[in-house]
Design a protein around this ligand. Structure first.
Ligand SMILES: [Zn+2]
Length: 329
């Protein structure tokens, strides 16, 4: 779970809590104006509570205090009822009554904190990823031919298999899930499926970061070489290295330099050593990857990534053609 996400969720809970308590204090103060007797009762109740605590500490009998307190509570309720006032109004109205907006109930993390962490994890993904992704259900296999390739399966069968494996990966995600490498030409659904995984894993509250290769390298470059690099760049760089799941999109489209190679190696290698899963997609095939990248990057990819070869014909092109057919009529 991301540290930042946790901290900001706890801050939000603290704001909710203090707002509820402030408002309750205001309501009480307002009531005191109309019912001065209530202020007296509350003052006496506070005194009795202090006396009770002292009695417990000194080992003295607590019964008289308890009885007086109970009587006082009864009188107080009576007074409120006579004034037609709901006693609950005087108590803080917490957003989550279970944990009173503290995030923890009965020593365990409350489900309101879990929900906040999930919301924040999803919100941290780029808007483009969120809006273009309609989940695994939206992955349309009819774009892939069901005619078997010579001596093998049909593209549809291959893609169905990849779809199912991606689904399982997202459903069972954890630090031991391992790394994936999506290979294949443009327009075959690599970005779509990695976005589906990103969304589903983030919805469980894991910290997921999504970067096109070039954008990732730019972040590192700014931190190392630019005086304008701010705290935001630095924390982005930290997140890239330490998030629960990193999606590195479009590897091979970046401007390849000695520096970009060293950044990629650092990211891939550091995450691997720390058992933090990464999903990389690339339009390059293995021979092209081996021409573009250092031996040490390639050996990491081959040695510790499960490879999925995406097949078929460019879906964007097919969609355009379908659209043209439809509008021709
Ligand atoms: Zn709660």
């Amino acid at each position: 779970m991301g540290e930042n996400a946790y901290r900001s969720a706890m801050e939000l809970l603290a704001r909710r809590r203090s707002k509820a308590e402030r408002e309750a204090a205001l309501r009480r103060e307002e009531l005191y104006q109309n019912l001065p007797q209530l202020r007296e009762f509350d003052g006496r109740a506070a005194e009795l509570c202090r006396a009770l605590t002292a009695a417990v500490r000194n080992g003295e009998p607590t019964e008289p205090c308890k009885l007086a307190l109970e009587q006082l509570q009864r009188d107080r309720l009576h007074l409120l009822a006579a004034g037609g006032i709901d006693e609950a109004l005087l108590r803080p109205q917490y957003t989550c009554p279970l944990c009173r907006d503290t995030g923890y109930a009965e020593g365990r993390r409350c489900r309101c904190l879990d929900a906040l962490l999930r919301q924040q994890a999803v919100a941290a993904l780029p808007a483009g990823v969120l809006s273009a992704c309609h989940g695994f259900e939206g992955f349309d296999l009819t774009y892939y031919s069901d005619t078997a390739e010579p001596g093998g399966r049909s593209p549809r069968e291959t893609m169905k298999n990849i779809l199912n494996r991606c689904r399982r990966y997202a459903a069972d995600f954890g630090p031991e899930s391992g790394n994936l490498l999506f290979l294949g030409r443009t327009g075959l659904g690599k970005t779509y499926l990695s976005a589906c995984i990103a969304l589903e894993v983030a919805a469980k509250g894991y910290e997921v970061r999504y970067y096109p290769a070039q954008a990732l390298i730019d972040r590192f470059e700014r931190v190392r070489f630019s005086r304008e690099a701010g705290a935001e760049d630095l924390s982005a760089m930290r997140e890239i290295l330490s998030c629960d799941l990193l999606i590195l999109d479009d590897l091979g489209a970046e401007f390849a330099t000695a520096y970009s190679q060293s950044v990629l190696y650092q990211v891939i290698n550091d995450r691997m050593t720390e058992s933090r899963p990464t999903i990389i997609s690339t339009n390059l095939d293995l021979p092209a990857l081996s021409k573009t990248y250092h031996e040490r990057i390639l050996s990491r990819l081959i040695g510790s990534y499960t490879m999925y070869g995406f097949v078929g014909r460019d879906i964007r092109q097919q969609k355009l053609a379908r659209h043209r057919e439809e509008t021709k009529v």
